[in-house]
Design a protein around this ligand. Structure first.
Ligand code: MTE
Length: 320
């Protein structure tokens, strides 16, 4: 049996979580909680309207899910301070630093296109369309690092069913907020803004595919894609588009940001595949953040039993 030695215990595992949060966000979260309590007592509506990010608030009634991995989870500090969110900066620590700019109330998500029930949802209504679940997922970034993250969210399929897609809906196109004041990285032409992503309809309906609104039982921090982002655990992390404002049902395969930027390097499918290398590096192994030795990367990130059927008969070297 391995007994944890003190030098193995990282400060992030023993320091209170709030010390690692953006300080302003934490103060605002605390005052938002106080405000919401006061609002309930006073019977006033809409406690958070036009208030900044409310990361840190506890999410209630979160169910456990049988889809969760049982591996050791990464610390809150790792998950919220080692991020890719180019609209908040291109270094891994930039998004946490710039999280303060991304206010998430008011926020709407428009569900549109080839559906019978097009609707613009207020985020506070959207998070109530299905019970919230904790989904502990292995996440594999295309840059060959990985983490285990306890997301909180609900299946994307719940929203798809409410929207009632028409027979023409073959794909879903997702769009991130476009607002250089709240996403200052959009002032620089790193990518074609807004960030866009897409899924085939059967991928979107798969029970593992979720819209996440939280992690570690709390409202999603801005740097992780607040107030709502996509999580598809068998695909490279860049498919998990953050801070979504539009979900459009379409007939043709939609354009995706990284594919527009470098089509030979990033395909539409982007399923985790140790046998198909990135043109500039191998995908055979990965570094789990917090670990010293590299691990072997698993086909479909270890979710093959659940998802391999979606791609039966497809040449995954061609459809990378
Ligand atoms: N979504 C937007 N809008 N902008 C981004 O830059 N980066 C992607 C994805 N979603 C990105 C995005 C990449 S490359 C990864 S690996 C994951 O977000 C990282 O998610 P995390 O920071 O919550 O771990």
């Amino acid at each position: 049996m391995l007994i944890k030695k003190p030098e193995d215990i990282k400060p992030s595992e023993i320091t209170p979580r709030e010390l690692y949060m953006n300080r302003r966000q934490f103060i605002l979260a605390a005052s938002a909680t106080a405000l919401s309590a006061a609002t309930v007592l006073n019977g006033i509506d809409s406690p958070f309207s036009s208030s900044p990010a409310i990361a840190g608030q506890k999410l209630n009634n979160v169910r456990k899910s049988s889809f969760s991995a049982t591996e050791k989870q990464n610390s809150f500090k790792d998950i919220t301070n080692y991020n890719n969110f180019y609209e908040l900066g291109t270094d891994k620590t930039d998004p946490a630093e710039n999280a303060k700019y991304l206010t998430t109330r008011p926020w709407t998500v428009s569900v549109e296109g080839e559906v019978k029930k097009a609707k613009t949802y207020d985020i506070d209504d959207l998070i109530k369309i299905a019970p919230l679940e904790e989904r502990i997922y292995r996440m594999r970034c295309v840059e060959a690092w990985s983490m285990v993250i306890p997301w909180v969210g609900f299946p994307l399929s719940s929203l798809v069913k409410l929207a009632e897609p028409t027979g023409n809906a073959k794909f879903i196109h997702f769009v991130t907020l476009q607002d250089p004041k709240r996403l200052p990285g959009q002032k620089y032409a790193v990518l074609d803004w807004p960030y866009v992503e897409g899924l085939r309809m059967d991928e979107a309906m798969h029970p593992l595919t979720i819209l996440s609104v939280g992690l570690y039982g709390e409202v999603l921090p801005a740097q992780n894609g607040a107030p709502i982002r996509l999580v598809v655990p068998w695909k490279y992390g860049f498919k998990g588009i953050k801070s979504i404002v539009r979900i459009r049902f379409v007939e043709k395969q939609p354009p995706t940001s990284w594919n527009i930027s470098a089509p030979q390097e990033y395909g539409f499918y982007s399923n985790v595949n140790p046998e198909v290398d990135h043109p500039r590096w191998s995908q055979a192994t990965e570094r789990r953040i917090g670990e010293f030795f590299r691990r072997k990367t698993l086909m479909f990130n270890g979710y093959g039993e659940q998802v391999a059927d979606l791609y039966r008969g497809m040449d995954l070297k061609k459809y990378y």
